[in-house]
Design a protein around this ligand. Sequence first.
Ligand code: BDR
Ligand code: CA
Length: 311
Amino acid sequence: PRNIIIDTDPGQDDAVAILLALASPEDVNVLGVVAVAGNVPLPLTEKNARIVCELAGRPDIPVYAGCDAPLRRKLVTAEHVHGKTGLDGPPLPEPTMPLQDQHGVDFIIETLRREPAGSVTLVPVGPLTNIATAFQRAPDIVGRVAEIVLMGGAYFEVGNITPAAEFNIYVDPEAADIVFKSGAEIVVMPLDVTHKALTSAAWIDEMRGLGTPVGDMVAAWTDFFERFDMEKYGSEGAPLHDPCTVAYLINPGLFSGRRINVEIETTSELTLGMTVADWWGVTDRPANAMFMGDVDRDGFFALLTERLKRL
Ligand code: BDR
Ligand code: CA
């Protein structure tokens, strides 16, 4: 299994990503979960991360709090999508597992320095503040990262928080810029992919049919989360954005894309946080990311069902 650190702002779809990882020990070994401010403020995302680990029966997973605000901007949140708690839907239990004392950024730095070079994969599924802060503070760790498999950005699908930008990149564009310029191997799951990873009524029934607390919770979260996209985009279901990253680590063959140059817009007011993706190779800027474009939807949901029923 690959050693991974999940960097997250749960978020119902973040929660499913964490559950998928914890259900897949033969593929990924979760060294820790680091919370970041994003969908909701940090005190809620770190709490939600603990709720999810406990739901998976894994109170032993160390959960850390990372940065509580973007590098240079005021935090923008997404309660309009995820609800006031970030995990709205069913009533949530109070977590009893502890939050680690160490700062999440220090945990990232320390882990990358301690583990053999090239053996730790970062899985950021929220704004990139923690990762960028770690890279700035400890440039020596960049070359030790195996790969960064992140959810963020968009090309053909353009934006979901502004007409030009996807939420995770928009919230902290300076952080995204640092990460995309870092030289680390990057795999991107943009909206172009995640808007194809749409839940269906049949799949939600399947989750409920598992007859487990995890199945019930995932079904209820999806019901809640779905409302937003179905009303706004008239889409058939809810996009399970963040689980695409973990599914890629388990079965990369579910996804296809191109290795291209991706730059982050950090100055324009109109297109702030846009991922300028050179999909057609019209510049000679060097490729810095594997930018995914498609997913085998049935294969993705079959994988989710197969794994989540283990919890
Ligand atoms: C991303 O934004 C968040 O609201 C989701 O959790 C996902 O990471 C999608 O744009
Ligand atoms: Ca997220």
